[in-house]
Design a binder for this molecule. Structure first.
Ligand SMILES: Cc1cc2nc3c(=O)[nH]c(=O)nc-3n(C[C@H](O)[C@H](O)[C@H](O)COP(=O)(O)O)c2cc1C
Length: 198
């Protein structure tokens, strides 16, 4: 059993990379096995091919490995910047391909896909860390904070992980080294709060 940590940011020196390093370090410090994927560095192919859509489709070995890791993870941590109110395309595609029927959710007997799916993930908690350049008041009032809905309702809620928390750090572009130091401490504290007792 391990905690699965997923990073989607193309620039190794980014604040997102600093968040990911802090998450992994904190989990190791607490004795967790960590499965870490830097999707850009690994060149994860985000395009869901048509033949992979059927629930019983044969899967390429690497994709099956990702599906198994997520399905069996004790916890999940996702790190990405806000791009147009959404995850970067590489992460959207990772969700499209990895959060599959039979692994992440299923429809009940007799349900052709129109009903309410049952979540299959067994993770005890899911954390999402985001960064953006929009102050929180404007994000909520003008855009409706779509990432909260996407991760909390559409993805983790649907797949059975109700113990979900998302933290957005903003505004990155005007942040000081001191701000970022404080934010990384918040990352440590949240990882400890959500994973030290599971
Ligand atoms: C393609 C793209 C789209 C972006 N869209 C948004 C957005 O919708 N809202 C926002 O606040 N920031 C947006 N940004 C800014 C990024 O969120 C910001 O640069 C990033 O979170 C900073 O973190 P980093 O230093 O780790 O890159 C966008 C940036 C890019 C490159």
């Amino acid at each position: 059993m391990a905690i699965c940590v997923i990073l989607a940011h193309p620039q190794p020196g980014s604040f997102n990379h600093a968040i990911a390093a802090t998450v992994v370090q904190t989990l190791h410090h607490h004795g967790y096995a960590v499965i870490f994927h830097d999707l850009y560095a690994e060149k994860f192919d985000p395009l869901l091919p048509g033949e992979e859509i059927p629930a019983d489709a044969p899967l390429p070995p690497l994709l099956e490995q990702h599906c198994r890791e997520v399905a069996q993870a004790q916890g999940l941590v996702i790190i990405h910047p806000n791009w147009w109110g959404q995850p970067p395309a590489i992460l959207k595609g990772w969700v499209d391909r990895v959060f599959r029927p039979g692994w992440a959710y299923k429809f009940l007997e007799g349900d052709k896909g129109e009903g309410i799916p049952r979540g299959l993930l067994t993770a005890k908690a899911a954390l999402v860390f985001n960064t953006s350049n929009t102050p929180p008041e404007r994000e909520a009032a003008v855009f409706g904070d779509p990432l909260e809905t996407i991760w909390g309702n559409c993805i983790f809620g649907l797949c059975g992980v109700d113990n979900f928390f998302r933290k957005n750090f903003a505004v990155v572009v005007t942040s000081t080294p001191e701000d970022r130091k404080t934010w990384l401490q918040e990352v440590r504290d949240l990882v400890e709060r959500y994973f030290s007792k599971i």
